[in-house]
Ligand binder design. Structure first.
Ligand SMILES: Nc1ncnc2c1ncn2[C@@H]1O[C@H](COP(=O)(O)OP(=O)(O)O)[C@@H](O)[C@H]1O
Ligand SMILES: [Mg+2]
Length: 363
């Protein structure tokens, strides 16, 4: 079973770049935590610090009760002694070793009995549905199969902690989808505490029990996927999560219970909020009517993008453009008039200056 991971005030610099900036995280046993953020935000560096592949400049890391890194106390437990399993984007299998050897190698070094090694290799191959591939070489398998072997190798090792850095990024879209389901299942069965790195917000939303969003080395929000999606703590997170993107509407609090967006006003509770604000409303939260309806604003449809299960509608009024998502194939056509309802119950309000969430949606 898994173990806790505690990261305290961790900082890692490369010259002038602060790759990880004062990060603290308390991860409960069995959690699937995803580090999410754009390229260069410090995800890999943070993961490598936990793995013991980088020495941070400041801070502490505990795996369970064990202090594996402390700058102040001069402790740095080598990677091989941290009881972790690693999987990277490039499968990192030994090209000159068979699948069996790739998997048994680390167990032999640990001097496990032959029978135990054999049992673990076979069980782990079965878990990733690769039993029968023992004698293949990496070059004799597809990318997806090699990545399964890399996962099986980690499983056979039976670490308390799984660390994975973009393990699905090299796979094609279809396979990535299948592997998400399988990885989630593997985590569920093994129960190992997992830190998973991705820049793909869909991957983070679908697989994680907790998402830690990073920007420029700084943690922005650590929350459940549902909370990160519905109540992003700042505009960066709101904008990063969701496809199609959230609608961010800049306006001004008018002092009469409305936010003035220029083209129209939205009546909402703005108590304690002044000046410039940004309203954030998800595309699926804007209600669309095809005839004039009280409490709506008239827009003209600029484009309609059906994608089977749902359709994305882009509509404009004046300079203002919004994106709406409706289920199924929409009968709405380009240049149609539509009437849109911006329900204050589903709007998050952000401070225009700081970008921080100041009033959260009601439902
Ligand atoms: N070994 C290194 N030497 C110098 N700079 C590095 C090194 N590794 C990472 N960086 C820098 O640290 C920052 C974070 O990188 P990284 O952790 O790889 O981000 P991510 O995995 O989120 O894409 C980037 O600015 C990157 O250029
Ligand atoms: Mg990376």
């Amino acid at each position: 079973m898994g173990t806790t991971i505690t990261i305290k005030n961790l900082t890692k610099r490369f010259g002038d770049v602060v790759a990880v900036n004062n990060v603290s995280l308390a991860i409960e046993a069995g959690t699937f935590l995803t580090l999410l953020g754009p390229s260069g935000c410090g995800k890999t560096t943070l993961l490598r610090c936990v793995a013991g592949l980088e020495d941070p400049d400041e801070g502490e890391i505990y795996i369970g009760d064990r202090l594996v890194f402390s700058r102040a106390r001069g402790i740095s437990v080598p990677a091989g002694q941290r009881d972790i399993g690693l999987v990277f984007q490039n499968y990192a299998l030994w090209p000159h070793m068979t699948v069996y050897k790739n998997m048994s190698f680390a167990l032999e070094i640990r001097k496990l009995p032959k029978a135990e090694i054999d049992k673990r290799v076979k069980e782990s191959l079965a878990e990733v549905k690769m039993l029968g591939y023992e004698n293949r070489y990496p070059r004799e398998m597809s990318g997806g199969q090699q990545q399964r072997i890399a996962l099986a190798r980690m499983l056979a090792y039976r670490p308390k902690v799984f660390l994975m850095d973009e393990p699905l990024s090299n796979l094609d879209a279809r396979l990535r989808m299948d592997m998400r389901a399988e990885l989630k299942r593997l985590h569920y069965v093994a129960g190992a505490t997992t830190i998973y790195v991705t820049h793909d917000q869909v991957e983070a939303l679908t697989m994680s029990s907790l998402i830690a969003v990073m920007k420029d080395g700084v943690l922005q929000q650590v929350d459940t996927p549902d909370r990160v999606y519905r109540c992003p703590s700042n505009l960066f997170v709101a904008d990063f999560i969701g496809n199609p993107k959230v609608n961010l509407l800049e306006g001004v609090v008018d002092g009469q219970g409305c936010v003035d967006l220029g083209e129209f006003k939205v009546a909402m509770d703005t108590q304690g909020v002044e000046g410039k604000v940004v309203l954030a409303i998800r595309p699926e939260d804007i209600a669309v009517y095809t005839e004039p309806t009280p409490g709506t604003v008239k827009f003209t449809v600029y484009s309609v993008l059906p994608s089977g299960a749902d359709s994305t509608i882009v509509a404009r009024t004046g300079e203002r453009e919004v994106t709406i998502r409706v289920p199924g194939i929409s009968p709405i056509k380009m240049d149609d008039s539509v009437w849109l309802k911006f329900d204050p119950q589903v709007i998050n309000l952000y401070d225009g200056a700081t970008g921080n969430l100041v009033a959260v949606r009601k439902v």
